[in-house]
Ligand binder design. Structure first.
Ligand SMILES: Cc1cc2nc3c(=O)[nH]c(=O)nc-3n(C[C@H](O)[C@H](O)[C@H](O)COP(=O)(O)OP(=O)(O)OC[C@H]3O[C@@H](n4cnc5c(N)ncnc54)[C@H](O)[C@@H]3O)c2cc1C
Length: 371
């Protein structure tokens, strides 16, 4: 195919910064770069029409930590890395809200509740034993008086105890993505969907080859490809699928706010008088280690069972089901990877399951690395 004069000279002209991945990290990295270098040509490409990995398919938790997940994370990573990542999420949430506005994202600080039942009684005891120590560390790290509070009462069936985090909130993922996307467009950032990057050559300038046989040129390349990074570079990032269901609207919705269960493997919230429930990845961890954006009967049935038995106590009709792909460490580490991989090529990926808040911090950090 021959390019038109307009395409070649104006639409795919060489960039100063070319970002691969139009998810939350890619868009915010582009925004931060353009605000720092207003005259620079900043382009974001994605193999899909928009960021279609995790950023438009998540559950909209403005979350940074729940206690049993912290205890689990400490088994696989150092204390320093675990708390540093929590701090990046917490600071990221503040940045996200300040920059894009609570109203635009429907952000509401409703708090979160982690529930425990007889099935994970042992984790409850462990959490209660660790509560004071973890609160002390978090209050130092986040400058908050107290993050976690134990409460025994909960209206959900079979719950023997709960731990509350009143600093978390929920947002509307669709509105948040649209707000950030429009902000990027408003800054005159080129957003090009439908181009899959295959590889690049770094000589005088970087030439990028795409599956669509369109070549792009840039002075700096930034990979914000999260779960799909291993297709381009060899890094400790494994794709982990997450599946989500949304119920029909209900008259008396039994929950408000954010809930977690089983080390964060199950999570649910209210949205527009419906219940959104996601997770159960541990129910088929081998099957869910995939980057296929499909749903599976085994997980969807488990989520439906959980919704009816643990949340609504009655049969519910499911109106939406989907999946998205998270980027995790192969050995369960959750610290994001932010690094220079070649003189003018950078990587910001491995956002894990709480990447909404984290994305604002990661996209600032990658730019500092480029200075
Ligand atoms: C089901 C689910 C629920 C979640 N719930 C929450 C939640 O409630 N709260 C929370 O904080 N986090 C949640 N997360 C995690 C959060 O959504 C992610 O951590 C975050 O969106 C990651 O953003 P990203 O920009 O790094 O990656 P992505 O949004 O995945 O973006 C990466 C982009 O790169 C593109 N790409 C990859 N390779 C190429 C290539 N070679 N060429 C061109 N384009 C390419 C992809 O198409 C994709 O659009 C959830 C994730 C899932 C899957």
């Amino acid at each position: 195919m021959n390019f038109s004069y307009w395409e070649k000279e104006y639409l795919i002209s060489p960039s100063d910064y070319l970002i691969v991945g139009m998810g939350l990290v890619g868009l915010q990295t582009a925004i931060n770069l353009k605000e720092k270098h207003p005259k620079a040509i900043v382009t974001v490409v994605d193999r899909h029409g928009w960021g279609l990995g995790a950023s438009t398919r998540n559950a909209g938790f403005g979350c940074f930590a729940n206690i049993s997940e912290i205890l689990d994370d400490l088994k696989y990573d150092t204390q320093e890395n675990v708390y540093e990542t929590i701090s990046k999420r917490y600071q990221g949430l503040i940045k996200l809200r300040e920059k894009f506005g609570d109203l635009q994202m429907d952000y509401q600080t409703k708090g979160s509740i982690e529930i425990f039942t007889n099935n994970n009684k042992h984790e409850l005891h462990e959490a209660i034993d660790s509560l004071q120590g973890i609160n002390a560390i978090l209050s130092r790290e986040l400058n908050l008086e107290r993050v976690f509070t134990y409460k025994s009462k909960c209206s959900l069936p079979g719950v023997i105890g709960t731990i509350h985090n009143e600093h978390e909130g929920q947002l509307n993922t669709g509105k948040m993505y649209r707000t950030i996307y429009s902000y990027a467009l408003g800054l005159n950032i080129n957003l090009i969907g439908g181009l899959e990057v295959l590889d690049w050559n770094d000589e005088n300038e970087i030439t990028i080859n795409t599956r669509q046989k369109i070549q792009l040129k840039t002075k700096n390349l930034i990979l914000c490809t999260n779960a799909f990074t291993s297709n381009l570079v060899d890094e400790d990032i494994s794709p982990c699928r997450g599946q989500v269901i949304v119920s029909e609207p209900m008259e008396n919705i039994p929950i408000k706010g954010l809930y977690h269960y089983d080390n964060g493997y199950y999570y649910w919230r209210d949205i527009d008088n419906r219940i959104l429930l996601g997770g159960a990845r541990n129910y088929d961890s081998v099957g869910e280690t995939t980057n296929k954006i499909e749903t599976s009967d085994v997980i969807i049935s488990e989520l439906k069972r959980f919704m009816e038995e643990q949340i609504t106590s009655k049969p519910v009709s499911i109106e939406y089901q989907w999946s998205g792909i998270m980027g995790m460490g192969k050995s369960k580490q959750k610290k994001p990877i932010i690094k220079k991989i070649e003189p003018h090529v950078f990587l910001a990926a491995r956002l894990g399951g709480m990447g909404v808040a984290l994305s604002a911090s990661v996209s600032e950090e990658i730019i500092k690395l480029m200075e």
